[in-house]
Write a protein that binds this ligand. Structure first.
Ligand code: HPA
Length: 273
């Protein structure tokens, strides 16, 4: 894994002279953000040594290096999920390659179901913390001390400073960003109403099928994380409505403009240590 990660990093560096320290992973329906970059170099995942290729609808598979008003960023447009059959290690391959490339700050976006009754579909929520219910962890197995420590601290998995910066940026854009706890399940079936009641009882505000493996790998690698969930639907049983992946994608699409605005404001601020 480690040698193919070096090959991946070298390959990417041969395609672009940009050396971004800030990266973003785009969730369902948000791939279009990559189009907002200038001087963009688009690298299909399939061309990068060792990089797993996503099969989920709505998940383009490109690494894009470009600039936002001159500020270099790396964008992962599309990610692989545990429910596709990938291991947690494969799910975090991209994050580890970004770490090798020198990325120090990572924004993870996703589509999520809203468990908190105050949430509305179409709302963006900052991830304040997570609960890993996937049954997997990307750090399982021998620890590569070159990547990070055996037992990484997770007491501030989502940087408090980044959350403050994001809230400030949101205010300037007229977007009120509240904070919630994200529960990750392996999927791919959506939750039952009983599972959602359970998740609410244990303190979850949001539910989804991604992000947590990447957050763990990023913290392991010493990368600071900002997490933003797009509430694409109310979680199962919150209303009588059935869940539909098409609706999840459509709501994600409708949030695209707001998310692009937010990301453009936030990303350049995440560089100072
Ligand atoms: N549950 C799990 N994952 C999701 C949901 C949901 O309701 N909405 C978007 N991703």
């Amino acid at each position: 894994m480690s040698s193919s990660m070096s090959a991946a990093a070298e390959f990417i560096q041969s395609k672009s002279s940009l050396r971004p320290r800030v990266a973003v992973v785009l969730g369902s329906g948000l791939g279009a953000f990559a189009g907002a970059l200038q001087d963009a170099v688009v690298i299909p995942y399939g061309e990068i040594p060792g990089w797993p290729v996503s099969t989920a609808v709505g998940h383009a598979g490109n690494l894009v290096l470009g600039t936002l008003d001159g500020f270099p960023v790396a964008v992962m447009a599309g990610r692989v999920h545990l429910y596709e059959g990938y291991t947690a290690q494969q799910a975090v391959y991209g994050v580890r390659v970004l770490a090798k490339l020198g990325v120090r700050s990572l924004v993870l976006t996703n589509a999520a179901g809203g468990i908190n009754p105050d949430y509305q579909p179409g709302q963006a929520v900052l991830i304040g913390d997570h609960i890993n219910l996937t049954g997997q962890n990307p750090l399982t197995g021998p620890n590569d001390e070159n990547l990070g420590p055996r037992f990484p601290d997770m007491s501030e998995a989502y940087s408090r400073r980044f959350r403050d910066l994001a809230r400030q940026a949101g205010r300037q854009a007229g977007i009120d960003l509240v904070e919630g706890v994200y529960a990750a399940l392996a999927g791919p079936s959506y939750e039952t109403p009983a599972e959602i009641r359970y998740l609410r009882a244990i303190g979850a505000d949001l539910v989804g099928m991604s992000t947590v493996p990447e957050t763990i790998a990023a913290n392991h690698a010493g990368i600071k994380v900002l997490g933003i969930s797009c509430v694409t639907n109310l979680a199962a049983g919150v209303t009588d409505q059935k869940l539909d992946h098409k609706e999840v994608l459509e709501t994600g699409e409708r949030m695209r403009g707001m998310m692009i605005d937010l990301l453009q404001r936030i990303l350049p601020r995440l560089d100072e240590e």
